[in-house]
Write a protein that binds this ligand. Structure first.
Ligand SMILES: Cc1cc2nc3c(=O)[nH]c(=O)nc-3n(C[C@H](O)[C@H](O)[C@H](O)COP(=O)(O)O)c2cc1C
Length: 247
């Protein structure tokens, strides 16, 4: 392990009870006790195209970023989706940590550098991609197709505000409690939401730099989203980004 990465992370070893206690907090806050979800199959791996980083200046991007509630029906190019994922939640570098020589650190920093978050891509309108549910694999920079059912109808039950259902793409961030509580105590339930906030801000800023309209969305139905993504019970959804071309 490197001298800094994960140094504080060794403080607490997880017992399985921590995951269950975190889930109890999570369910209490959501007033939901979701049914177990059916896992989705791996249909195929789709390598994402190599892309140049957007050339926008940071402060100009910050000044231009705002939340959008209307989205154009125009589909988003696959290269744009690739750039959005690569430069906001892709891998930035590898370091020796957590017992491996090449542990991935993301473009979005996380507590202890832990690889807790996952990004899913719910495609309604992307050129060259079938509408469906995909998981982003950051290390290989590819999408794993999990469902080729159009998510439009399911998204209407996920978003609490119907305007976001018109977005071309939804990025869903989730957190893996098993990875989190293998290293950290229950209090880290809070930190993983901070990690998600950092990641969604990256998505929002990179999206702005790419000319996309987007909105960070906390207003969603946890159980409906978990079902749509086929999440195992120890993985919880934390944030959505609705995005597409501006009107
Ligand atoms: C963590 C977070 C969650 C948000 N969730 C929602 C949401 O569920 N629905 C919504 O309409 N806007 C949501 N927003 C957008 C905010 O309302 C918006 O950022 C705020 O009003 C400031 O406007 P601006 O983004 O245009 O600067 C969210 C923003 C953040 C940062």
């Amino acid at each position: 392990m490197s001298s800094d990465v994960g140094a504080t992370a060794d403080i607490v070893a997880n017992d399985h009870g921590t995951i269950e206690r975190a889930l109890a907090v999570h369910r209490l806050l959501n007033a939901q006790r979701p049914e177990p979800t059916a896992p989705l199959p791996t249909l195929r791996h789709i390598p994402l195209p190599d892309v140049e980083p957007p050339r926008d200046r940071l402060v100009a991007t910050l000044a231009r970023r705002r939340s959008h509630y209307d989205f154009s029906p125009r589909p988003v190019a696959l290269t744009t989706v690739s750039a959005l994922l690569r430069f906001s939640v892709g891998v930035q570098r590898f370091v020796p940590a957590y017992g491996v020589e090449e542990y991935p650190l993301g473009m979005a920093p996380s507590a202890g550098g832990l690889d807790i978050l996952r990004a899913y891509v719910l495609v309604q309108r992307v050129e060259g991609l079938h509408p469906g549910v995909y998981r982003y694999e950051a290390i290989s920079h590819e999408l794993v197709e999990l469902s080729d059912d159009d998510p439009a109808a399911a998204l209407r039950g996920v978003y609490l505000q119907e305007e976001f259902g018109a977005s071309a793409v939804t990025i869903a961030l989730t957190a893996r409690l098993d990875v989190a509580f293998d290293r950290y105590p229950l209090r880290h339930y809070r930190t993983l939401h901070v990690d998600s906030g950092v990641a969604v801000q990256n998505l929002s800023l990179v999206g702005t730099a790419l000319g996309l309209a987007s909105c960070a969305v906390a207003g969603f139905d946890d159980a409906a989203l978990s079902t749509l993504l086929g999440l195992p019970h120890q993985e919880i959804p934390t944030m959505l980004l609705a995005t597409g071309h501006p009107t």
